[in-house]
Design a protein. Structure first.
Length: 170
């Protein structure tokens, strides 16, 4: 079983994302917000070699890293990074494994705080939040597939994961 990131991230591991904030215009007053940018690297794929449908399976590779660099944000802002599944696993036939069977644990966060969580097909789950005024950061991620149970058809079950980057005021 495998999941992969949104195609744009998989095709461009060093994806450059621009977050643009709109300026506020009022009569006689003009505020300008400069573009906010970041260079981010996310895991392109994680596989789960399920040998026992009654046991949890750690992803392969066992640990992946999400990292960013060249972060440019407006004053007082931080970056929040979240993940969400597009849908449940797409099976080769039969019942689908729910996306919520996938969980992650974070460790070794640099210039921010990692958050462990459970994947959802309906809402984004926060994975990392930076600290203010840091241009780089990273977190190690261990992905686990909870016991999928039966009935389960053998073969590749695919899951696409989307990454959301937000510029926030903490």
């Amino acid at each position: 079983m495998m999941w992969r990131t949104d195609r744009a991230c998989a095709d461009a591991p060093g994806l450059r994302v621009a977050l643009v904030l709109a300026g506020l215009l009022a009569p006689g007053l003009t505020l300008f917000s400069a573009p906010e940018t970041v260079r981010i690297t996310v895991p392109a794929a994680v596989g789960f070699a399920v040998t026992n449908v009654s046991a949890n399976t750690v992803g392969s590779p066992a640990t992946t890293t999400m990292s960013y660099s060249a972060l440019t944000l407006n004053a007082g802002r931080e970056i929040r990074i979240s993940v969400k599944a597009d849908s449940n696993f797409v099976p080769p036939g039969g019942a689908a494994i729910p996306a919520s069977k996938v969980s992650w644990m974070t460790s070794g966060a640099v210039n921010g705080t990692g958050s462990s969580g459970v994947l959802s097909a309906s809402v984004y789950g926060q994975l990392f939040q930076s600290v203010s005024a840091k241009k780089t950061g990273s977190v190690n991620i261990t992905w686990t597939l909870a016991a999928p149970g039966t009935p389960l058809r053998a073969g590749n079950h695919a899951l696409t994961v989307r990454w959301k980057l937000e510029s926030i005021i903490p």
